[in-house]
Structure formats: structure tokens, C-alpha cells
Design a protein around this ligand. Structure first.
Ligand code: SF4
Length: 606
């Protein structure tokens, strides 16, 4: 099939071996790329290993749309067995490294083993070298970006970890271009455990496509279509920051560690406030949506804001100064920490302090304490050590009921949507394939605009429909979902782009089927690596069932456990899984995963 380079690059850091392997046609047909390739490789090659051992592998995976001249196609998926959750972990990142990887002649790069000394990879087309990174170790992602660009030229793609990844903080991420981040479930820590500080890629080739003229024309039309959308101008002004006020108005804003759902100082943090102090915008390559809002932070350094980082480091900590939030955000980017998990960890400690469960004093909105904590977490020092493995682990350590307000699913901290009164979004968090992530099924806007309080089977169907599209189609084609989500860019474009690129027509039904195959394999991976499954793992945090907010329009409302359980049962049934959340043998076989069924069956899980 055209549109792929057809090659996988494998680098073993233990023995320095570099190999290039062919990617089979059946791999392309059945898994498309991105997340699809990543889970297939992990299933086949990474079994029962310690995520921070040299036996784990980290996968940098693009898709057939990556790097092509069409909207928002500068993405790659970074995946590994997660040190935060112990299951499948991934995240996408928009970076020139994706484009250069493809131009260098690879769809995927797999890094395995462990280097004796700090190193970075330099990929220049066919030439692949492991370079000494001793002088970079300990430095921030921003400093290293400058150093490596100076050394290897500005026209390169650079992926980096910060001190957070070096110190194996379990929610450390991979950074690029001083603000693009990906790999929430500890992909930075996996790189750190391999002594891999970064990857620099320079590709000089072209990516072969079936019909170049058609693709160029359709790409151009796509960009123009986005700019003509009614809400494009507003998007350019606020990007995802418009969500903060929407969440406050609809009582789903994470406030004081998700205890409340509205914040009295929200106006000081919202999109309108952003517009007053915004100095620039930036974003991923090949995108005309550019959703990174640049502001000068409280120490006058640039910081790139979006809703998730402001939601989690703002109202969730009781912080009311956007420039101070921006400073915490920039520190996180420099250290290479995920801002969602970071916000949850700091909020957890503030609540623990309020309840007298730790001796340190830090009140809600205490900027200086938060600032010190970010540094301590990144460096693995002081109180930072308690939360460096995430809130699930911290709650186990301090006990006394704190697991009820440790806001995580499967070990990954939930992102910035309070679900006291959003059962559909709670199910979306509960069943996300990487833990508490909103990305696979952001049902909340549909839910609030339809029947918010219902726990219906239709809502469950909608979660699955969104998971197929967002977690299946977009993550496998490896293209950003935001044009579709935010400005209503038509889904019909994607089969058309695929046809112009590969020469093969995929229907939306085929994409759905691939999405389901990938979902089943990700679930099988969790089951195999955990040695079984319990439906409690698909529950959102206990706080949403047990404590209602004390203010706002939904004061007193909380989730109903029995009704959630019924939704989960429907979810399993619709997916063809057992009532323990395990894919049935016939379901796996239906998606061509007979070997997977046998492997799970041999272990007594099916
Ligand atoms: S919309 Fe934002 S996240 Fe998506 S590709 Fe564009 S800049 Fe990147």
C-alpha cells in the first residue's frame, strides 16, 4: 500500500544494534498506524516486564496521514508499557519529529535496551547514531532544545525529556518545541530509564503517495474549509481556553481537588482573561488551528497555555492568577512533567495538608508552596517524592481514606472535567484505554447539551461511538482530532485523504472495525499484564459517588453507583466483553485476534 515508508527502525541501546525492518501489508490493513502499530508491537514484544527495566520498549509511531500536506497532520503516538499504570500507555504529540521521521524513511521507531551512559539518538535518513548526552543530562527541555538545534540545525525534529523523566517521575512526558508535550502515562520516565535524553531527526526524503495532485488539492481545500468555519475566529483567540468558562457555567470545573465544580475566581483564569494577556500563539506543524496560547508568566517568561493545564493548575489548586498558573505550567514543561497529573498531585497534597494527613502546611491557592512542589516533584526531592508515582501510590502510602479523593482511574489522574453530574463522561474516564483520560471520548459537551442526568444505554453507545472515532480513527491515522471536535471539520475528509494517499478506499465502517480491533487488543494487553481483570478497575474516582459539591447550580448532586454499574454492564455487552470486562473469545476472533484469545485463554483469563 502506498502512503507508508514501509519501514520500522529498531535501535537497541544495550548493544548499539540498529536495524530496519519491513512493515507488512497486513499490519497496515489491520492496524493502520500510530496507536494501532504501537499496541500490536507491544502485545507481540513486551510481555510481563517491569516498565522501567531495559526489557521495556518505547515506540514512536506515525500513521499514513502524518507529515502530509493536510490539516493538523504533524502528530505521532508515543507508547510503552506504562510505569504509572502498569498497563498500556500512550499519548500523541505534535512535533516536527513526526514529519522528519517519515521523511527519513520510517513509519515507526522502536527503542529498546538501556544505554550505559546518558545518550541521545541522531537519525539522519539511513544514518542512525547513538550520541553522548552527558552534557545534556540534568538540563531542562528548553535548554536542550536550543543546544540540539544549535548543534544539528534548526530544521530538525527534536524529542526530549526533562529532569522529571531522568528522575523516573511516573507522569513525566516527552517534550518538543518548548511546549508540545505527549505521553502522559510516564513515557518520559521510560526514556529516562533507558538513559535516553532525546531524539533528533533529520529526514530529507519524500513520502510516496498514490495521487499527489489530488492530495495537494484536497489538503488545500481542507485548510480553507477550516478557516471558513463560523467559530474559527473565536478559536484563534482562545483555543481550548474557551472551555474554562463553559465548565464553570455548567458546574463541571475541577475545583479544590474536584471537591467543588465551580470557582468564584474563574473570571480571572478564563478565555477572556487570556485574551487580555496573550502575546502569541503556536502549535503543531501542518496545522492552521495553532491552539497553544502564549502568555508571559509571573516571572515574565513565555508559557504555552491550554484548558487542561489551566484547569488542573488553576481552580483545582484554588489559584486565581493566570500568570502564576502560567509559571507553574512553564516549570512543568521545562521539567518534562504532565500538567494534568501534576495538578492532581499538588491538589491531593493540599487536601492532605488541610485534613492534617501530612505535616507540611499548604493552603488552597498557595502559589509559593505549589511552585516549590513542582520543583521538588521534578527533582524527586522532599514532599515531591510522595507524589512522584502519582496519586494512587501516594494514597496507598498515607491511607486513612485518601484513596477516595485520589482522582485517578487505573493509576492515571483524571483530566479537567468534574463528573459529579456527568455519568457519560464518568464512563468515558472509567473505560479509557490508558486510564483517566478525556481524549478517547470527550462526551461531556454532547452530554450536557442533551440529557445530562440520564444513565441511558444510548449514552453508553455514544461513548463507544466516540472511542471508535477519537481513540480509533484519529489515533491510528495519527492526525489531530481538534479540527473535527472544535470547528466541525467534516469526517468525510478522512476516507478521501486516505484514498489519495494509499490508493485504497477505506469506508467509515472499516475504520470503526479497526478502532474496535485496537480497543480489544489494548484491553487484552491490560488483562495479560495485570494477570486478570476486575470491573472495579473501570470505575471513576469514589469522590464522585460519595461527596457532592457544596456550591453551584449542581450543589448536592453526585453520581449513582448502581446506575453507573448498569451503564458499565451495557458497555461490556456492546463491546462483546464478559461482565468482568474481559473480551470474549468470539469477540477477539471476530477481529482476527485468535492468537490473542489463545494467549489469554492459556492463562485462564477467557
Ligand atoms: S489543533 Fe492544536 S493540538 Fe491539534 S494539531 Fe493544531 S496545534 Fe496541534
Amino acid at each position: 500500500m502506498k502512503g507508508y515508508t514501509g519501514r520500522l527502525l529498531r535501535v537497541n541501546l544495550s548493544d548499539g544494534k540498529v536495524s530496519k525492518e519491513a512493515i507488512s501489508d497486513s499490519m497496515k490493513e489491520n492496524f493502520l498506524g500510530g496507536r494501532g502499530f504501537a499496541i500490536k508491537l507491544l502485545w507481540d514484544e513486551v510481555k510481563h516486564v517491569d516498565p522501567l527495566s531495559e526489557e521495556n520498549k518505547i515506540i514512536f509511531s506515525t500513521g499514513p496521514l502524518t507529515g502530509q500536506p493536510l490539516p493538523s497532520s504533524g502528530k505521532m503516538v508515543i507508547a510503552s508499557k506504562s510505569p504509572l499504570t502498569g498497563g498500556y500507555g500512550d499519548g500523541n504529540i505534535g512535533t516536527m519529529a513526526s514529519v522528519h521521521l517519515r521523511r527519513a524513511g520510517y513509519d515507526v521507531a522502536v527503542v529498546e535496551g538501556k544505554s550505559e551512559k546518558p545518550c541521545y539518538l541522531l537519525i539522519e535518513d539511513d544514518k542512525v547514531q547513538i550520541k553522548d548526552a552527558s552534557g545534556l543530562w540534568g538540563k531542562s527541555t528548553f535548554e536542550c532544545q536550543d543546544i540540539l538545534e544549535e548543534r544539528h540545525g534548526k530544521n530538525t525534529g527534536v524529542l526530549l525529556i526533562g529532569p522529571g523523566g531522568e528522575n523516573r517521575v511516573r507522569f513525566s512526558v516527552v517534550l518538543s518545541q518548548k511546549g508540545r508535550a505527549g505521553g502522559r502515562p510516564g513515557m518520559g520516565a521510560v526514556m529516562g530509564s533507558k538513559n535516553l535524553k532525546g531524539i533528533v531527526i533529520k529526514g530529507s526524503g519524500t513520502i510516496p503517495v498514490a495521487d499527489e495532485n489530488k492530495l495537494k488539492a484536497m489538503g488545500k481545500q481542507g485548510y480553507a474549509d477550516i478557516m471558513a468555519k463560523g467559530n474559527y475566529e473565536f478559536w484563534k483567540r482562545q483555543g481550548t481556553m474557551q472551555v474554562l468558562d463553559w465548565c464553570h457555567q455548567n458546574a463541571c470545573l475541577p475545583t479544590f481537588n474536584f471537591r467543588e465544580s465551580v470557582f468564584e475566581h474563574s473570571k480571572q483564569l478564563d478565555g477572556a482573561m487570556l485574551e487580555k494577556i496573550k502575546v502569541d500563539r503556536k502549535g503543531c506543524p501542518l496545522c492552521n488551528m495553532q491552539c497553544g496560547n502564549i502568555v508571559n508568566d509571573a516571572s515574565a517568561h513565555p508559557s504555552e497555555l491550554d484548558y487542561e493545564n489551566v484547569g488542573m493548575l488553576g481552580p483545582n489548586l484554588g489559584m486565581k492568577d493566570l500568570r502564576e498558573v502560567a509559571l507553574l505550567n512553564r516549570m512543568a514543561d521545562e521539567l518534562g512533567l504532565d500538567t494534568i497529573s501534576l495538578g492532581s498531585c499538588i491538589a491531593f497534597l493540599m487536601e492532605a495538608s488541610e485534613k492534617g494527613l501530612i505535616k507540611e502546611k499548604m493552603g488552597w491557592g498557595d502559589f509559593e508552596s505549589a511552585r516549590k512542589l513542582v520543583a521538588d516533584i521534578g527533582r524527586g526531592e522532599g514532599l515531591g517524592k510522595l507524589v512522584a508515582h502519582g496519586v494512587r501510590s501516594a494514597a496507598k502510602e498515607i491511607g486513612r481514606g485518601s484513596e477516595k479523593w485520589a482522582m485517578q482511574v487505573k493509576g492515571l489522574e483524571v483530566s479537567a472535567y468534574n463528573c459529579h453530574a456527568c455519568p457519560g463522561m464518568a464512563l468515558s474516564f472509567g473505560t479509557s484505554p490508558i486510564g483517566g483520560s478525556h481524549k478517547d471520548a470527550w462526551i461531556i459537551s454532547w452530554e450536557i447539551s442533551t440529557d445530562r442526568s440520564s444513565y441511558s444505554e444510548d449514552k453508553v453507545k455514544k461513548v463507544i461511538e466516540l472511542q471508535r472515532l477519537r481513540g480509533g480513527l484519529f489515533e491510528c491515522l495519527t492526525v489531530c482530532r481538534l479540527p473535527w471536535v472544535e470547528v466541525d471539520f467534516g469526517l468525510h475528509w478522512y476516507p478521501e485523504y486516505m484514498e489519495a494517499i494509499t490508493g485504497r478506499r477505506f469506508s467509515m465502517e472499516e475504520f470503526d472495525r479497526i478502532g474496535d480491533r485496537v480497543y480489544n487488543l489494548m484491553r487484552a494487553y491490560w488483562i495479560r499484564e495485570n494477570g486478570g481483570w476486575d470491573r472495579q478497575a473501570d470505575y471513576p474516582p469514589a469522590r464522585w459517588f460519595e461527596e457532592a459539591p457544596s456550591s453551584g447550580s449542581l450543589e448536592g448532586v453526585k453520581l449513582d453507583r448502581e446506575k453507573y454499574d448498569q451503564m458499565l454492564s451495557w458497555y461490556y455487552e456492546l463491546r462483546g466483553w464478559s461482565q468482568q470486562g474481559i473480551p470474549l473469545k468470539e469477540t477477539l476472533e471476530q477481529f482476527g485476534l485468535k492468537g490473542v484469545a489463545e494467549e489469554l485463554g492459556h492463562n485462564g483469563h477467557v
